[in-house]
Ligand binder design. Sequence first.
Ligand code: IPE
Ligand code: IPE
Ligand code: MG
Length: 225
Amino acid sequence: MENLKHLAIIMDGNGRWAKEKGLTRVKGHEKGAEVVREITTYCASVGIEYLTLYAFSTENWKRPKAEVEFLMKLLDKYLERELTTYQKNNIRFETIGDLSRFSKALQKRIASTKEATKTNTALTQVLALNYGARDEITRAVVKLCASGETVSEAAIEKHLDTAGFPEVDMLVRTSGEVRISNFMLWQIAYAECFFTETLWPDFTPEELAKLIEEYGQRERRYGGL
Ligand code: IPE
Ligand code: IPE
Ligand code: MG
């Protein structure tokens, strides 16, 4: 899509969706994972180049151990099951965030999924895993200092997890919360932001299509006239 290369989504509201239905929170995460597949294949079909999805934040470790463990297992199962979806739709899988805190087995699954899909050329789906923007920027600065390079915006960018990705054009957050929660602070500098009340498990390609249409009507000025 000409004017929309990079879409980023804060997928929020899984727990509330489940609670509304009298289900346990993890059922919301299960449904949420299905929505990830639907939204990803939709984005590939309309020619978006990068879709970054906030799946697990550096702060989410604070949640009860059972929920964290469920999310880790869900991610592993998702990557295993969806490999055919990636291949069928020519989707490349990437991540941002510090993977070192995940189990060796999960790190292996992530690495093998990246390897298997690395030559796919339609959409790049980027999962933000153990991701926090402050952590990412701090890690980038540490690498930059160690390299001895002169500090500049381009030099910082080169050491971010998103090095080589286009800037975020459009940011969506579901579930009615109007905050960023430590997501891509550097990359959203000039993103158009959209907040919808819809809980992530209820989010659909149809609603995304409407938001994209609205995005197309916005005038992006980047500080100019
Ligand atoms: C988003 O849904 C998924 C993750 C953060 C892993 P939540 O689990 O935050 O759902 P709510 O916000 O409690 O409803
Ligand atoms: C942001 O959602 C993180 C992800 C979507 C992975 P949270 O539910 O963790 O954020 P807060 O706590 O509402 O800010
Ligand atoms: Mg939440």
